[in-house]
Design a protein around this ligand. Structure first.
Ligand code: UN1
Length: 495
């Protein structure tokens, strides 16, 4: 019998009101059922929002350092359970164990950052233009936050949103991706164990159409923080505008790594292998374009193909496996269809390009790590986000040309340049249009205490991570205290 999971609303574990359920299976072995989860609807969301609204009144008045203490305890519990959480995540979404450990660690880092932020959460003071008057701006909680998260970082991304939201004094209605509901449940269990009061965190499982839309459309939800596709992000933006919610969108990417002839080639090779095929290419920061200077193009492609062919595909729990399966059937179909589009438009496959035929792979959503050469900037595989193990190689004549190709996309999340030329590197930092630029490091590997997010259609200008996310989850309140005992008119009495 598969384990049965529930929603957590108003301090109680409950089934969906409709009684409906859905199953989640291991993408490396679809015979294995991870669990059965409530298939919730609008009514369940209504209950969760009601619970979060009620709990907000006490939570907003809980001192921030106390909220921080709870989050520090959350971090301690995550440390204690790191291995268990990582294994559960690999089974649930397929990425290899070393990476799921990294995912949990990112959550731990975020918890400890939030814990200490409880004793900062700085505001500002500024002198008044009038005598005997004091000015300050303080951060205040906003209300109920709707948190809608993807399956590729099932622990890290929810923590990026939920921990700072809680620290700032907001309450939560959490809808995790339906491909990773078990990891999300573990996170909620940890929050409860650490002492988050009843009603402050609520989790509602189910599909985006039903549960996600109900959260975004709910008039009593004040904030939405969403990570996912650009298509869905645009719909959320429109829907949330009805009630003028504050919305943070973390969307697609078409990230590129540039390699110049003066770079350390071995290092650049390690970088692109990790950036393109880590998490089976299913990161919004994944390297999906490699822009090679023409002088080193042929030699680099040769080195790359050799290494890609040796990447070991398999069940992420097994030792020595480099690349796990795609998360589900739809995702693998998308990958396959982009490979066909690439071929049709005249690109050339130099590695992978197929579903593995070996019987070991029969019961999982595996796809061979794939490299295309002869890719032109106008090809769809150079423009559209694939979210799978597919790398498109393009050729550039110079650094400026490479930057121009890199910028030729609607997205702007991550970017990378391998070079030893410090002048070129600084020019690239200035001219690359992306939220994140790495020099001599791959496009993946963001750290929890630094701002994370993109420009152009990767988002709507907000940032997660570090200090920046606290701006999203709190409201500025400006306070003027006049202790002159008389009416002082700003802009008038002093001029
Ligand atoms: C994502 O793919 O949505 O920098 C997040 C990275 C990770 C986070 C990725 N630390 O790749």
């Amino acid at each position: 019998m598969a384990k049965k999971f529930r929603n957590y609303i108003n301090g109680k574990w409950v089934d969906a009101l409709s009684g409906q359920t859905f199953e989640n299976r291991n993408p490396a072995n679809w015979d294995e059922v991870i669990g059965v989860f409530p298939k919730s609807s609008k009514e369940d969301v209504n209950d969760a929002v009601k619970s979060a609204r009620k709990a907000f009144e006490a939570w907003r008045l809980t001192p921030a350092p106390k909220r921080g203490d709870i989050l520090r305890k959350v971090g301690d519990l995550m440390v204690a359970k790191k291995e268990e959480l990582s294994r559960q995540m690999t089974k649930e979404m397929g990425k290899v164990l070393a990476e799921t450990r990294g995912d949990v660690q990112e959550g731990i880092d975020t918890a400890y950052y939030a814990g200490t932020e409880g004793r900062r959460l700085f505001g500002h003071t500024a002198p008044s233009e009038l005598s005997n008057k004091f000015n300050m701006a303080i951060r205040v909680p906003i209300g109920v936050a709707g948190i809608v998260t993807p399956w590729n970082f099932p622990m890290a991304i929810p923590t990026w949103k939920i921990f700072p939201a809680l620290l700032c004094g907001n309450t939560i209605v959490f809808k995790p991706a339906s491909d990773t509901p078990a990891t999300a449940t573990s996170l909620v269990e940890i929050l409860i164990e650490a002492g988050v009061p009843e009603g402050v965190v609520n989790i509602v499982h189910g599909g985006g159409g039903e549960v996600g839309n109900a959260i975004v459309g709910h008039p009593d939800v004040d904030l939405i923080s969403f990570t996912g596709s650009t298509g869905v992000g645009k719909k959320i933006s429109v829907m949330a505008s009805e009630t003028l919610k504050r919305v943070s969108l973390e969307l697609g990417g078409k990230n590129a790594q540039i390699v110049m002839p003066d770079a350390d080639m071995e290092l650049a090779l390690e970088g692109v292998l990790w950036g393109a095929f880590g998490t089976t290419g299913q990161r919004c920061t994944a390297t999906s374009r490699l822009i090679l200077h023409e002088k080193i193009h042929d030699e680099f492609v040769k080195m790359l193909v050799k290494r890609v062919e040796n990447l070991k595909l398999g069940d992420g729990l097994k030792k020595g496996v480099d690349v796990g399966p795609c998360v589900n059937e739809d995702q693998r179909k998308t990958v396959q269809s982009y490979v066909e589009i690439g071929l049709e438009q005249g690109a050339k496959i130099v590695a992978g390009g197929e579903i593995p035929k070996d019987s070991n792979f029969k019961k999982g959503w595996f796809y061979r790590p794939t490299v295309f050469t002869n890719v032109k900037p106008e090809h769809r595989i150079a423009k559209e986000e694939i979210f799978g193990p597919v790398l498109s190689v393009l050729k550039a004549k110079s650094l400026d040309h490479a930057i121009q190709i890199l910028n030729d996309t609607i997205y702007g999340l991550s970017s990378s340049l391998y070079t030893r030329d410090v002048n070129g590197a600084f020019r690239a930092i200035r001219d690359i249009k992306a939220g994140i630029t790495y020099i001599n490091a791959p496009t993946i590997g963001a750290e929890a205490h630094m701002p994370f997010g993109g420009v152009k259609q990767t988002g709507n200008g907000h940032r997660e991570g570090g200090w920046a996310v606290y701006d999203f989850f709190s409201e500025w309140k400006t306070v003027y205290i006049d202790y002159s005992g008389g009416l002082q008119r700003a802009q008038i009495d002093n001029y």
